[in-house]
Every structure is written in C-alpha cells, then in structure tokens.
Write a protein that binds this ligand. Structure first.
Ligand SMILES: Nc1nc2c(ncn2[C@@H]2O[C@H](COP(=O)(O)OP(=O)(O)OP(=O)(O)O)[C@@H](O)[C@H]2O)c(=O)[nH]1
Length: 262
C-alpha cells in the first residue's frame, strides 16, 4: 500500500510539474533578472526510447496539447534514454520524431541516463551567452514538417534589414499575448517556444529573443554586427498550427517598414 501511495504521489508531482513546466521555467527566468543566485540555465527533458514514441503520438481531444510533445517542444536538451531496449531502427524513429517537433534541441542518447555532466550543465540557453551558438544553430536549421499528426513543429524564417524594437514587441505580443495570428484555416498559432537573433535599429550588437509560452525577453548579445555584414533577423518558433509563410508575412508587415527591407 505504501508503494502504491508513493506511486500516486510521484504521479501527481510529475503531472503538476508537467503542467507547470512552462510556468516554472518562467519564474526562474524572471528571478534571474532580480539578481537572485538561481537562474534558468536550460530545460532538459528525458524521452524513453522504448515508450517515447507512443507518448509523443498519443491522440488528445481536439484543442489539447499532447504533454509529451510539449515537453519536447520546451526543451533545450533532450536525453533519449534506455537506448539498449530498442533497435537502431526504432531509435532512429524516436530521434526523427523528437527532431520533427523541436528543430533546435540538442539530443543526447543514453543508457541509465548516464551523461557527461559537461553536456548537461551550463547550457546558457536563456542568456545572451547563447547568442553565438544560437546563431550557428539557426543558420543550419530548416523548418520541420509536422511529422506527427496535428503535431507540434518548428518553423524558421529570415528577413533582412533593421527593425524597430517597438515593432518587434508588437509582433511578438500579437503572437504570444493577443494570439491573433491565425493559420490558413483560422486556427490560432500556438507558440510554445520562441528563439531568435534580430537586428534592432540603433544597436551595434545582435539581439537575442527568447520566449516561453507568454513570456518573452530581448537581450543584446556580445556578438557585434560587422561593418560589411548584411543585417538580418532570424526567428525560430516551436508550436502548433504554425504556417511559416503567414508568420513571415505578418512579421514583415508588423516589424519592418518597407523602405528598410533590403
Ligand atoms: N534497460 C534499461 N533500463 C533502464 C534504463 N534506465 C532506467 N532503467 C530502468 O527502468 C525502470 C524505470 O525507471 P525510469 O523509467 O527511469 O523511472 P521513472 O521515469 O521514474 O518511471 P515512470 O515514472 O514509471 O516513467 C527502472 O527499473 C530502471 O532501472 C536504461 O537505460 N536501460
């Protein structure tokens, strides 16, 4: 009976943690700005190689997010564990599914969750130090295709030119707060994670954009725009009902003034 109660407790805790993962992340993130010793380094999720695919593909009633997919969408690092229990082909499927949801995430594959701690700590996924690595990642990544039915996916796009900070805020707030950006069929675009590097008018350095659910932040990085470099804005969005072309159009309309696009 004791172990049964313990199991229920663990399940409730896990469920709550799942439910509030985004909120918890937001609290630590904001807290770091208040000068606390605690800061949000990055979000790590563990995917079970044996059952992960089943959880990721589980159908939820219309409108509800599959929680396993949401955890993958939020993560900066995914540990695919129990690789000894699956074939190379099965592992490949899990990896492809994870990647189809989150095009930016770093993936480690483990047995008994054994990891080199240097791969898990100091991710700096939320601060301006991640500017350089984010730049490389964004440059190389492509928009994913909704691999899992009605699933969460990653879209990325690039728009040349300088943008005004107030216009960028407007774009992000429409997307995350007002939720008035819709796809072709009128469904609200639901952004779970947002990352980007943008070129703000009057700033000599690249600015990093970070978003988790409704919370977002802009921070100047240590990466300066070079004299001969084309100033550009690259955004990566992870979520549901995302349509790259529509988002890009809305971005251009909201953020850049026509004469500023080169
Ligand atoms: N074969 C194998 N077994 C593992 C591995 N990692 C953990 N286990 C075993 O799997 C069992 C369940 O452990 P986990 O899945 O890590 O535990 P958990 O996430 O708290 O379990 P749930 O809450 O039920 O998902 C334990 O008996 C572990 O010893 C692995 O890499 N390979």
């Amino acid at each position: 009976e004791r172990s049964f109660k313990y199991r229920i407790l663990v399940s409730v805790l896990q469920l709550n943690l799942l439910y509030f993962l985004g909120a918890v992340a937001s609290v630590f993130w904001v807290d770091s700005e208040l000068g606390s010793d605690i800061y949000l380094d990055g979000i790590v999720s563990v995917v079970d190689a044996k059952h992960g695919l089943q959880h990721l593909t589980e159908e939820k009633p219309e409108g509800l997010v599959n929680e396993a997919s949401r955890q993958v969408a939020l993560a900066d690092l995914i540990i695919i564990n129990k690789t000894d229990l699956v074939s190379g082909e099965e592992l490949n499927k899990v990896r492809t599914s994870v990647r189809s949801i989150n095009g930016l995430v770093k993936i480690l594959e483990t047995q008994r969750s054994r990891v080199d701690l240097s791969n898990v700590l100091d991710l700096h996924a939320f601060d301006s130090l991640s500017g350089i690595s984010l730049q490389k990642k964004i440059e190389n990544m492509k928009t994913t295709h909704a691999h899992l039915d009605k699933g969460i996916m990653t879209v990325t796009f690039e728009v040349l030119g300088n943008i005004k900070e107030e216009n960028l805020n407007l774009f992000i707030q429409n997307l995350l707060w007002e939720k008035n950006v819709k796809d072709k069929t009128g469904r609200t675009m639901d952004v779970i994670r947002l990352k980007g590097l943008v070129s703000i008018q009057g700033k000599s350095h690249q600015v990093i954009v970070q978003g988790v659910h409704e919370l977002y932040d802009l921070e100047e990085t240590a990466v300066a725009w070079k004299e001969d470099e084309k100033r550009t804005n690259r955004l990566v969005l992870i979520g549901r009902n995302l349509d790259k072309e529509i988002i890009k159009e809305v971005f251009i309309e909201t953020v850049t003034e026509k004469h500023e696009i080169s």
